[in-house]
Design a protein around this ligand. Structure first.
Ligand code: FAD
Length: 297
């Protein structure tokens, strides 16, 4: 029931292979707009997938015996293992807000459209959503009325029959494991703070929880070795840069950010050993993120 654009970057392959019948569309291109003006477009290699989330969850649960029982919070201590998977409601950090409409329209084929705005730390999107449908949404660090206005503008651009509009807060303050607490997905903050991408980070966090239990080591350690902690941190830095920027500076950030780096940061798969190379190729951008120390090696 939770609103979701169902988009996953190609880096999901590092976690698991999504079965073909749970893939609605393979994304091979994008168009990026800033304040309505087309800034970049690309088409070519596979960039990610739009997944049928229900079919994907059914696949993940194959062979698993799921029993639903109500447990009062006061009795949780009677259980030997408790993993918090309650989503954003249980997340203790900062949250963004996102609104999304499901629209009956001929959707973009094999591409996604992304809309940045100089007056929003966040973005809008149009993602294909299967047969003659698209998800049109906007999210970020802004209030409901602002996002409603922006969504209405986007819907005028897309022009289709709106079937449903829904919204939800999104964890956007990074990973918050907490001492001795086991949590997965949004309850943990396993959401990329800049892009709001939560499906793949949720899978990574579940694996980290599994390894923490199996190996008896703190969850933080496994979140670090999975690479999730570093990639969340990089997105947090960009988010903070955008927050500190004036609208004019934000446009400059969007226009001058190196595409090679942005594609990797948004795919959430930058590896620690690559940081030095990136920082040497793009020293000015790295310095703006407060990562000068990396640039010096
Ligand atoms: C508009 C929007 C678009 C998005 N688009 C994308 C996208 O394109 N790609 C992507 O990767 N991510 C996207 N996300 C983020 C993604 O949807 C979430 O990060 C992801 O769903 C989090 O999964 P989760 O299982 O941790 O939490 P949830 O999906 O929120 O699931 C938590 C569940 O716990 C249940 N629950 C809560 N409290 C209790 C309780 N006390 N007892 C029992 N159950 C409880 C809730 O009802 C819910 O079913 C989007 C989010 C929004 C809001």
């Amino acid at each position: 029931m939770k609103p979701c654009g169902w988009g996953v970057p190609y880096s999901v392959d590092d976690v698991l292979r999504i079965p073909g019948d749970a893939v609605l569309e393979t994304v091979r291109g994008y168009r990026i707009f800033v304040d309505g003006r087309l800034l970049h477009e690309y088409s070519g290699r596979r960039l990610g997938d739009i997944v049928d989330k229900e079919a994907f969850i059914r696949y993940l649960l194959e062979g698993v015996d799921v029993v639903h029982v109500g447990v009062s919070p006061g009795r949780l201590s009677e259980y030997s293992l408790v993993v918090d998977a309650r989503g954003h409601a249980a997340y203790p950090g900062r949250k963004a807000l996102a609104l999304q409409a499901t629209v009956r329209v001929e959707p973009p084929r094999e591409e996604i459209w992304v809309y940045f705005y100089s007056d929003l730390v966040g973005y809008g999107w149009v993602f294909p959503a299967g047969d003659r449908a698209a998800h049109v949404g906007v999210g970020g660090l802004a209030g409901k009325e602002f996002l409603e206005r922006r969504l209405a503008e986007l819907l005028r651009t897309v022009r289709g029959e709106v079937v449903r509009v829904s919204g939800s807060p999104i964890a956007s303050g990074g990973l918050k494991p907490g001492k001795g607490r086991l949590a997965v997905g949004e309850a943990l903050g396993a959401v990329m703070p800049l892009t709001g991408e939560g499906i793949r980070p949720g899978l990574i966090s579940a694996r980290a929880v599994y390894e923490s239990i199996a190996k008896g080591k703190p969850l933080e350690e496994h979140l670090k070795t999975s690479g999730l902690a570093l990639n969340v941190e990089l997105q947090l830095r960009i988010l903070s840069l955008l927050e500190k920027s004036t609208p004019e500076e934000r446009v400059r950030v969007f226009s001058s950010a190196p595409l090679e780096l942005l594609e990797r940061v948004t795919a959430g798969n930058v590896e620690p050993r690559e940081l030095l190379g990136f920082s040497l190729r793009y020293p000015a951008f790295f310095a703006r993120l407060g990562l000068k120390a990396v640039a010096r090696g």
